[in-house]
Design a protein around this ligand. Sequence first.
Ligand SMILES: NC(=O)c1ccc[n+]([C@@H]2O[C@H](COP(=O)([O-])OP(=O)(O)OC[C@H]3O[C@@H](n4cnc5c(N)ncnc54)[C@H](O)[C@@H]3O)[C@@H](O)[C@H]2O)c1
Length: 452
Amino acid sequence: MKSDELIKNIQSGTFHVCVIGIGRIGLPTALSFANSGLPTTGLDINPDLVNSINSKNFPLKDEPGYDVIFEKVIKNGKFHATTKIEECVPNSDIILLSLPTPMDEKNIPDYSTLRSVGKQLHKILKPGSLVIVESTVEPGFIENDLIKIIEGDENHLVAGKDFGIGVCPETANPGQILNDFERLPRLVGAIDEKTSNIITKIYHHVFTVDLIPMPNCKTANAVKLTTNVFRDINIAFVNELALLFEKVGIDIMKVLEAAKTKYNFQVHYPGAGVGGPCLPVNSYQLLNLSKNMGMNSLKIVEIARKINENMPEHVINLLVECFKESGKSLIGSNILILGISYKPDVKDLQLTPAEPIIKKLQNLKTNIRIYDPYFKNEKVFGLKTESELVKALVDIDAIILITSHKEFHDLEPTFLKSSIRTPIVIDSPCVIDQHAAKKAGLIYRGIGRGHD
Ligand SMILES: NC(=O)c1ccc[n+]([C@@H]2O[C@H](COP(=O)([O-])OP(=O)(O)OC[C@H]3O[C@@H](n4cnc5c(N)ncnc54)[C@H](O)[C@@H]3O)[C@@H](O)[C@H]2O)c1
């Protein structure tokens, strides 16, 4: 790989980028590369997404700032999308992989997409090109799997000689990706120091953030997993505290508010579960690594997962308790779910705790309505979602708030009491003032909100 030539090409903007996988993370990444002046192609197997982009429709409406960049780079011809890998990769100098790395139904990490794209790259990669993996993978996957797949069996491609490879794990938060791309440092790990330096130069051209060199790919991937699994474990801790405090008559929100005034306490909040493409998957990736190393360690991660995965059941328990208090039957009741995204203010259902909660409610023979400002008039989990909150509240016997979208922060207990048939409210993210709720006559439960 000729590094001098590559660097000259970055500066002159003659160097071509292909981002494979233009979803939640890949599309903003591709747009940032295009916005830096580098001709960029977004490659995806989803033809609807590709057609929509090429028809100038920006798909990520919940990512502020990128709509403007999208319009600009489509207009100046620096960005377009395609489904044809065989046209895009051989004409590119840098190939960024932002492909999904989910897990299967047994919680085993599934790297099949990366593996299959790796096989395609083996056939069509232009000599001297650079592959950068942004997807989250467990430490060792690049070194032990992906490099070997791209090299192939015939040894006509050798990593570090015929192509460069490295990682720059993505850490942005959906809903604020532009903001995060402008402030969060990035980690760079690569097959060798020369490749690491080239990646650093390229990312410096595109982003203004600090780039932290890592000794290799596996260390960079270990950092990414460590930060997310740390959060999964801490959320599990507050979820367990929540269950205890409910029994003791302590409001966990009061505890956390005060605890965070201490300099070395990092606050995490309880909730209906932990979803998304990152935290749950990353915990299982780390557990998988430990298992493959024959260690069967990281019990704390295993337990944290169990606790967080049990939170939807706890939401149902709170609901059953409220129905007992009301004297009404849960069977045949009308339940309104408020918020189904896995996190606030994004349109994203990946591993959302709303799904198991809805399934459990269906098993309990309740009638379910869904209102979520990001999913109006859509079919989700086999149900048609509501388009207006006020209409959705009519004849409702219980509200279950799952996601604390901004729209729900101002929900007035008196308004809820006067709008629903039976005044039951389960407030998983604790956004409602519980004293105001009780004063208004609601049968109220918030996760971790013990009441005296
Ligand atoms: N979303 C997040 O919050 C987040 C944050 C940090 C890191 N990550 C990581 O980034 C990676 C991508 O995640 P995402 O959330 O953007 O996923 P996503 O599902 O939103 O996007 C992935 C895209 O890849 C496309 N794709 C699938 N198979 C393909 C193939 N064979 N060829 C071309 N395109 C293909 C899909 O159609 C989709 O558009 C994952 O490893 C994830 O763990 C995600």
